[in-house]
Design a binder for this molecule. Structure first.
Ligand SMILES: [Zn+2]
Length: 737
């Protein structure tokens, strides 16, 4: 029995087989001159079904990728990280066996485009393969991309003929089949378990209506496609590391949009491109688009460009490459959501959406091959122009003073380094902008370094825009987000000490504390102090908060503290003095914070350590409202913040259960955002009257106004006045910010 016959019999035997035969298949795409090596396992031989006839779980995707890596000399697969739920984040490197044998050399040469662009002439580029990243389904419920990744890997691993050979010779292809495995798992689990042997295309059917919080986001309900700049999530951090190891020239980002649409590929709206993205990037985006157009025309698939989606916010997967000397391309396929869906364009089968994503995966590779020299030159010229970019803006460098907050400065500097930004220590005295910094009191970020455009986009405020409408994120200024002042300095001769490296829990020394001290004192410094407090509370230590500024007598000096300092008495109930000291010292080491030992509770200035200005802190019992009626993304941020960053246990309390829940367990209820149904919040009222504290933010404030908990009047604003007298076709633009 030949393999082809085996595969078709398999299809007939499987549930959904009739669907598999009717639905347009990826196999409809005939690539001229490509034949397939029958010894390479087809996806259905490993999965047990034809791609597009079922939603593929993350573990099966990993399995197929690993099987191909084991049996094929064009493919290696590596794990670059783990998700919150401990799923592997994998990528395949696909290229010719000859390129695989010299992969490190290829990577080194490729890095020279950004590290030493002036050293590379056209002859050097001529012999360099380009690096392409195909990234799929960062939104877990936009599932077709990942299925297309399986087909793309098979096509490249099993195909033979001139077309395949030329792709593999001229490109190093990184396939990241699932950018968000946790979200995909949630989604795929839902659709597969809510579909019968005979499926329905009814959009009201349960399979088509994924429940709160949906599969778009990751474990903490965070949209990973906004996280490329802030890099708060493990998926993003792992991906950034991989990105900067390879520094691709072309990045494809596969998504889905509303089911009634057709297919979109970039260019998006031209006026909504970040000004730090070079014009040449947009020209190449246009050239690449012709390849997708040709591929989809051949299939009779309608599409559009330039009408929606922008390239402004660098925290998106298709825009981040634009500020890293590459071209990022966003793809949006109309979503079938389930196995098949009724849409304005008729029935939309999942298999067809997979087919389209497969087609544009291949057209991406063809474009990269044909435009290889243009893409390599773009990246080289992008980095060669970095010093001039900084000079034009009058930016010699940035000075980050460390006296504002060690914790936040540390976080910002670490974030910059994740983006391959060089950060240096200050090791000689420096006077800038009328301020003097001693060695160790500031960090220096050179302005004209290769990442000049990215640094500018991250650190400077931008308040005027060519086009005031945005897809969503329009402004971000990290110093404001971190509440840090950064000095922009014109001079280019800033003294550069050694490259700064983050102090980790392992590298930080335990605080040396005085065993004779009456108390240990820590200045409040943001999250680190909050986590420090959490460690002590978890060990049942009593901790006081100083509500006023004071001076402290240590053994050899007087130290001044602003209000907010934490005081831990060295003698505590049920614990030896030594145990208290060890706990304080170890917690301080973990959080990299400074502790001082007080030799007396009597202070030379300000309140004493045991007075009414030293209030005892209690560890709050917190519930966070979740579930339908709350915003999963806003709620997820708060959950992540308490659970991951503060290390504080927090109960997720579904809004639907509020009426039957025992609210007396909680001191604080958090409502981070949403649109709660009328009366859903009513059970909170008696609890608030009895002393419970409700904290709300964003749209949740509207809900508590509706519930009558507070009185606020909205400032009236007549949106229609903006569009009075404007032609209907221009109204959308006129309603811009
Ligand atoms: Zn998406």
């Amino acid at each position: 029995m030949t393999r082809a016959t085996f595969a078709s019999i398999l299809v007939l035997l499987l549930p959904g087989a009739s669907y598999a035969q009717q639905a347009p298949q990826a196999a409809d795409i005939e690539v001229d001159g490509v034949t397939y090596n029958e010894s390479v396992p087809r996806p259905e031989e490993i999965l047990g079904y034809v791609v597009g006839t079922r939603h593929t779980e993350p573990y099966r995707v990993v399995e197929y990728f690993r099987v191909l890596a084991e049996t094929n000399d064009r493919v290696t697969v590596a794990e670059h990280g783990r998700t919150h739920e401990d799923r592997p984040l994998i990528h395949a490197v696909v290229t010719s066996p000859r390129n695989h044998a010299r992969l490190e050399d290829i990577r080194d040469a490729n890095r020279a485009l950004s590290d030493a662009p002036a050293s590379l002439g056209p002859g050097d580029l001529e012999i360099m393969p380009a690096v392409v990243v195909l990234g799929y389904s960062v939104h877990g419920d936009e599932a077709s991309g990942t299925e297309a990744a399986l087909l793309t890997l098979y096509h490249l691993a099993a195909g033979s003929g001139q077309e395949i050979a030329s792709l593999l010779d001229s490109l190093v292809i990184l396939i990241d089949p699932m950018l968000n495995p946790d979200g995909r798992d949630r989604f795929v689990d839902w659709v597969n378990r809510n579909r019968g042997a005979t499926h329905t295309a009814d959009p009201q059917d349960r399979e088509h209506r994924e429940p709160w919080p949906g599969g778009r986001t990751n474990h903490y309900w965070v949209d990973l496609n906004r996280d490329w700049l802030p890099a708060r999530q493990p998926e993003t951090r792992a991906r950034l590391k991989l990105y900067h190891e390879w520094r691709p020239q072309l990045v494809a980002d596969f998504h889905e949009m509303g089911g009634d649409a057709t297919y979109f590929f970039q260019p998006g709206i031209p006026s909504r491109t970040h000004p730090n993205t070079p014009l040449r990037n947009q020209e190449l985006t246009g050239d690449i688009a012709r390849y997708h157009a040709r591929a989809l025309d051949k299939l009779g698939q309608l599409y559009f460009t330039q009408e929606v989606f922008d390239d402004f916010y660098y925290g998106k997967g298709s825009t981040y490459p634009d500020v890293n000397g590459a071209v990022g391309i966003l793809f949006e396929q109309a979503s079938s959501r389930a196995l098949e869906s009724e849409t304005n364009n008729g029935l939309l089968p999942y298999a067809l959406t997979v087919r389209n994503q497969f087609a544009t995966s291949l057209s991406t590779l063809q474009a990269a091959r044909d435009l290889r020299m243009d893409l390599l030159s773009l990246q080289r010229d992008f980095y060669a122009g970095a010093p001039a970019f900084a000079e034009e803006r009058g930016v010699g460098g940035y000075v980050l003073p460390l006296d504002q907050s060690f914790d936040r400065a540390h976080q910002l500097a670490s974030l910059l380094q994740r983006h391959r930004v060089a950060v240096h220590e200050l090791n000689v005295p420096l006077s800038v902008s009328g301020r003097r910094f001693e060695p160790g009191q500031a960090l220096i970020i050179p302005g004209g370094q290769p990442q000049a455009r990215l640094i500018d986009a991250m650190l400077t405020s931008r308040t005027t825009f060519a086009d005031s409408m945005f897809y969503d994120v329009s402004a971000w200024t990290l110093p404001l987000a971190f509440d840090l002042e950064i000095l922009i300095v014109e001079r280019t001769d800033l003294p550069l000490g050694p490259e700064w490296s983050a102090l980790t829990s392992e590298s930080s020394a335990p605080a040396t504390l005085d065993p004779e001290a009456v108390a240990y004192v820590v200045a409040w410094d943001g999250l680190a102090s909050a986590r420090f407090l959490g460690h002590l509370h978890a060990a049942d230590l009593q901790v006081r908060l100083m509500t006023r500024a004071f001076a402290l007598q240590t053994r050899d000096s007087v130290k001044r503290y602003p209000a907010g300092a934490l005081v831990v008495a060295s003698r505590q109930n049920g614990m030896t003095q030594e145990a208290v000291m060890t706990l304080v010292s170890e917690s301080a080491r973990l959080e990299r914070i400074e502790v001082h030992s007080a030799i007396s509770a009597l202070t030379p200035d300000g309140p004493d350590l045991g007075g009414s200005s030293a209030i005892v802190l209690s560890s709050p019992s917190i519930a966070l409202l979740t579930g339908p009626g709350t915003s999963s993304s806003r709620t997820g941020e708060v959950w992540d913040f308490f659970s991951s960053y503060l290390g504080v246990p927090i109960s997720l309390l579904d809004l639907e259960r509020l009426a039957v829940a025992d609210l007396d367990r909680y001191d604080v209820v958090l409502f981070a955002g949403g649109a709660a149904p009328d009366s859903a919040l009513a059970p909170l009222e008696p609890w608030i009257r009895a002393g419970g504290r409700l904290i709300t933010a964003g749209s949740a404030v509207d809900d508590i106004i509706k519930a009558g908990f507070i009185e606020l009047t909205e400032r009236p604003f007549d949106l229609d006045s903006l569009t009075a007298g404007v032609a209907w076709g221009d109204r959308r633009a006129a309603r811009g910010a």
